[in-house]
Design a protein around this ligand. Structure first.
Ligand code: BV8
Ligand code: ZN
Length: 257
């Protein structure tokens, strides 16, 4: 009688994943909120996925902003304030090292809006859903990087002649993603030999559609997550553990053949 095969045997699967990654000419990584969890940034669909009793999908929408911009700004000001206290974690740093290893044959596509990849030192980053550091004027469209400075309850345009209400430069639910960014992300997936999918529940589209796209073009798909997700059956290998531990271990194995 065979002992039950543990589907989540990191010690067995890490070397296998390292072999696949090491031989990949071009690597693309797709990250979600899970890569920032160990930095102390709450994820969306975990137990802490609610905010003041409402779901993110109800607050992060144009209609919510139309109906109650002060409530939506409370939500974003709170997340910006939380970001002042967090740092990139070893998972972010391992992704920086992978960019250094593959150079211009590497692309990082992130769903995250926390800016932690940039803060860690990633340069080749496509931000599908915008960035909490930036504001956009609802009247003149001016986009500004405001870092994490306090913006006030209902911030207005820095062009006094405009004085329009600002919004976060974030893609809300039911809003289109920035055209060029999504096209570049799709190109990065179609052109890669290996897609590393890290810390995403693979529930939000069109981002999640990048995973079956990788499979469709014959790229190897490696999932790094705490648990199986909607993308698990599209992955060749699943590495189940905290990304802040798994990614540095995976990186460490790349130089060993
Ligand atoms: C669009 C910015 C066309 C906001 C975000 C019905 C009506 C209208 C639309 C739809 C609909 N049904 C479907 C849609 C499309 C919708 C969608 O996909 N909805 C989902 C909820 C079903 N998509 C859209 O609306 C997109 N636009 O389709 O436009 C259109 C136009 C008009 C009408 C219809 C369609 C826009 C999507 C962008 C939304 N904006 N962010 C903000 O942040 O405030 S998305 C938001 O979710 C975040 O960016 C986040 O990154 C993203 C995805 O979530 P995840 O990153 O995966 O995070 P999650 O918490 O879910 O999972 C965390 C994972 O990490 C878990 O698996 C966990 O196990 C793991 N983890 C935890 N800790 C660790 C870990 N892994 C490793 N290590 C750890 N330590
Ligand atoms: Zn303006």
């Amino acid at each position: 009688m065979h002992p039950p095969v543990d589907p989540h045997d990191l010690d067995r699967d890490l070397p296998r994943a390292a072999d696949i990654l090491r031989s990949a000419e071009r690597v693309t990584i797709l990250t979600g909120a899970g890569v920032s969890a160990e930095s102390g940034v709450p994820t969306f669909r975990g137990a802490d996925g609610l905010w003041e009793g409402s779901r993110v999908e109800e607050v992060a929408t144009p209609r919510a902003f139309e109906r109650d911009p002060a409530l939506v700004w409370r939500f974003y000001n709170l997340r910006r304030e939380n970001l002042r206290r967090v740092e990139p974690n070893p998972g972010h740093q391992a992704i920086v090292a992978m960019e250094q290893r593959w150079g211009d044959r590497f692309v990082l596509v992130t769903q995250n809006v926390d800016g932690l990849h940039g803060q860690a030192g990633s340069h080749r980053v496509l931000e599908l859903h915008g960035n909490l550091h930036r504001t956009r004027c609802t009247r003149c469209g001016m986009i500004e990087d405001r870092g994490l400075e306090p913006l006030g309850d209902m911030p207005s345009c820095s062009d006094s002649a405009c004085d329009g209400l600002l919004r976060p430069d974030i893609v809300w639910f039911e809003e289109m993603l920035p055209e060029g960014v999504l096209d570049s992300a799709r190109l990065a997936v179609v052109g890669c030999n290996c897609l590393l999918v890290v810390g995403t529940s693979a529930m939000v589209y069109p981002a999640a559609g990048l995973i079956p796209l990788a499979q469709h073009v014959g790229a190897a798909v490696i999932e790094v997550n705490l648990t199986p997700t909607a993308a698990t059956d599209q992955a060749d290998i699943g590495l189940y553990g905290p990304s802040g531990e798994v990614l540095p271990r995976l990186l460490g194995l790349l130089d060993r053949s």
